[in-house]
Design a protein around this ligand. Sequence first.
Ligand SMILES: [Zn+2]
Length: 423
Amino acid sequence: MELHPLTWLFAAALLASLATRLWLATRQMRHVAAHRGAVPAAFAGRVPLQAHQRAADYTIAKARFGLLTTAFAAAVLLGWTLLGGLDVLNAVVRDAVQPRFGNMAYQLALLASFVLIGALLDLPFEWWSTFRIEQRFGFNRSTGRLFATDLAKSLLVGAALGLPLAALVLWIMGRSGSWWWLWAWGAWTAFNLLILLIYPTWIAPLFNKFEPLRDETLAARVRSLMERCGFAAKGLFVMDGSRRSAHGNAYFTGLGAAKRVVFFDTLLSTLSPGEVEAVLAHELGHFKRRHVLKRMATMFALSLAGLALLGWLASRSWFYSAFGVQPNLAVPNDALALLLFALALPVFGFFVSPLAALLSRRHEFEADAYACAQASGADLASALIKLHQDNASTLTPDPLYVRFYYSHPPAGERLAALRTQPA
Ligand SMILES: [Zn+2]
């Protein structure tokens, strides 16, 4: 049997990315273990040895589990594609659904069954991560019942939003000729903006409780910071993050004037008001330095390029057969094309992830600098140390692992950069 060059390229990229991921994970485990014995000099006196070692153990436990999930994900991907899993699923769903319910129902059923099988395969790993790893280090606050309702809700919300979008895109693909990808991109972009708009008021409250920030002193401080920065937001909210996890966070959500500031209750219970202000000033920095806008523009540009590429690939029969699927002869191939594209693209995308991580880390430094100008740099530094300690993030990651995966610079680098800021 003659294999298409794309098959070789895909297999080589999959193998190379798998080998790189496993190699990076073992590097990270070894590096963290080697530095477990002593708190790095820059943190001496500020981080107890016990906390440092807990962070090391947590990081290693997660990386070890990551080896397993990485290998499993690669096996599943291989199973779907070159080993013929998607081909079998397609034939079964097509023959069962298409004759009775038509092309659209067949294509939606194919997408839905693919997503459901994927969720089912991931389930044991998610369960293990929550109830074994997070539990062992004292982070998990979720229960079996909450885990199950979360899962059911995610599936329902996913279906309620995903199925209409999929139907619209499939309809566009079937109707608008060789320029379908441009229209599909318009629909995709509008959908994403709509989600941003409705997420804070419609979706997030399905999973968490949001209450207005009651601490008036802190609220006054936060409002004066936002005024200083010329930033409008619709409200300050506290989210019951502690329902599921002890990890803390603060974020902005929503679009335009409907933006909200959300604090995890876990963040407010560990940080002083000054530190909360500094963390928020950092988040404001991402808006003021236009990181949020740039990130969105990049995402939309990349999805346009991706859809244009798919527009070209979808009409070629070798695109299907190269990934182990026989294209349908009598019915549309659009759902198949979308699935194959979504399966194959991340394998190649892995190799540009260091670039994305680099840009993201650069943005973090810029946001830190902004925070120093608008709030206290000393407060930001102590908040960073507290958050690292609370999240058991390692202070001594492997430098190469950082280059590939870290969207935030390691604490040591961030503190060093903060010290160079004018007070
Ligand atoms: Zn940031």
